[in-house]
Structures are given as structure tokens and as C-alpha cells.
Design a protein around this ligand. Structure first.
Ligand code: NI
Ligand code: MN
Length: 233
């Protein structure tokens, strides 16, 4: 049974007995993350939605420590390679690819495209922000929206295959707030959602209960995960 672990902000890990995949692994420097980088014991793939520091996070360090493959847009993947990641897999929005753990489709997201300076002074190049539609082992379908505004083409993203679990930003200011994220659930028509990208910093303070209330009123499920919490998919 695959599990989903939440590290706070937009950082997640999907894992089964064969594969470990991180998405936007913002661990170091994440004020709500309950684990340290040194606590991570396995990583095969790192999916990165965009080059902002709160999403790129420890991707390069995970790639180096575990010889993991970074999956990101062409621009960001190439930059990661230039920074020492031995294995990268470039994609672009709209494209899908089969990996050992399942299928990944890169989806559009509406957000900033810059990069934040890293400790060594290097800055990721401009890179298109994306989301990920992940079909884990041909059965479970997850959607990580990345940082994004609400957009009506979420209807297309949710059309086929049906999304089991949608990970949606609700923190407002830099992307969807609770109202738009609840609307996103209507567009996606996913079975269940997990709110993310909130209460990490003051600028993205948001009430997950208010979001859950709106989602459930629409007849869909919402699971509020605490940082460090793990659920079965
Ligand atoms: Ni961002
Ligand atoms: Mn962000």
C-alpha cells in the first residue's frame, strides 16, 4: 500500500515497498517541517514544480545523497544538472512519461517563474511553474497543483483519469486562497483533497477548516494533514 507523508508547506513523499518519490522537498529551512534532512533514509525521484526556494528545497541535496533523479522542466532540470545532480529528467507542461513508480504528467500552473538565490549565490534560471498529475502504480491518481492561481482548465486535468487525491494550495497571496481552492475541487471533481502551502509563513496564513467546510459542502472529501503525518493512499 503506498503512503503519502506531509512535511508541511507543499512538501510530500509518496512511498511504497519499492519506490520513494518526493515532491517539492522543502525540508531545511521549512519552519513547520518536523524532520531534518539527515532523517531522510531513501529517495529515488524528486519532482520539483518550480524554482522558488520553498519548492526546490533540498532537491539537489536529495539527488546527491541518494543518487535520485530530479524531474522538472527543461530549464530547471538542466540547471540542477549543472549544480551536481547526476540524474535529471526534463519535461514540459502537457507532457507525460512512464517512470518505474507510475506515470507523471506535467500540468500547467499560473505563478511566478523566477528562482531564488541559493546559499552559494547561484540562482535557478527563469522556469515555467508546473503541477504534477501522478498515476502511482496504475491505480492511485494524485494531483499536486504546485503554486498556482485557479484556472478553469483544471476541469480538463480532472477529466481522465479521475483524481483520487488533489494537493491544493490554500494560503492565498501567492496563489489560490480557500475560496478558489474549493472552486478548484469543483473543477477537478477529485474524490478527496489535502490543503497545502499555508501557515508556513505569516504571508500565507489560512484556515484549513474553513476550506474543508467548503469542500465538504460541495460533496467532496478533505483531509487536513499535520506536518509529519502519513496516510495510506
Ligand atoms: Ni512559488
Ligand atoms: Mn511557494
Amino acid at each position: 500500500m503506498p503512503t503519502l507523508k506531509y512535511f508541511g508547506h507543499s512538501a510530500f513523499r509518496i512511498q511504497d515497498d519499492k519506490h520513494t518519490v518526493f515532491i517539492d522537498p522543502f525540508l531545511t529551512g521549512n519552519p513547520v517541517c518536523p524532520v531534518k534532512f539527515a532523517d531522510i533514509l531513501a529517495c529515488d525521484y524528486v519532482l520539483v514544480t518550480h524554482g522558488h526556494a520553498d519548492h526546490l528545497g533540498d532537491a539537489l541535496e536529495l539527488a546527491q545523497k541518494f543518487d535520485a533523479t530530479i524531474v522538472a522542466t527543461w530549464e530547471l532540470a538542466n540547471w540542477c544538472q549543472s549544480k551536481g545532480a547526476k540524474k535529471v529528467h526534463p519535461m514540459s507542461s502537457g507532457g507525460g512519461r512512464d517512470f518505474p513508480f507510475g506515470r507523471v504528467k506535467m500540468t500547467v500552473a499560473f505563478h511566478g517563474c523566477g528562482g531564488d538565490a541559493r546559499a552559494d549565490g547561484s540562482v535557478p534560471p527563469p522556469n515555467t511553474p508546473v503541477g504534477f498529475l501522478i498515476t502511482w502504480g496504475k491505480t492511485k491518481v494524485l494531483y499536486h497543483a504546485g503554486d498556482t492561481a485557479l484556472f478553469s482548465d483544471m476541469k480538463l486535468i480532472g477529466e481522465k483519469p479521475r483524481i483520487n487525491l488533489a494537493l491544493l494550495p490554500i494560503g492565498d497571496n501567492f496563489g489560490m486562497g480557500p475560496d478558489d481552492a474549493a472552486r478548484a475541487m469543483e473543477f477537478l471533481d477529485a474524490e478527496c483533497c489535502v490543503p497545502m502551502h499555508y501557515n508556513t509563513f505569516d504571508l500565507i496564513k489560512s484556515d484549513p477548516l474553513a476550506f474543508a467546510f467548503r469542500v465538504e459542502k460541495g460533496g467532496r472529501k478533505c483531509k487536513i494533514m499535520k506536518p509529519g503525518e502519513k496516510i495510506e493512499l
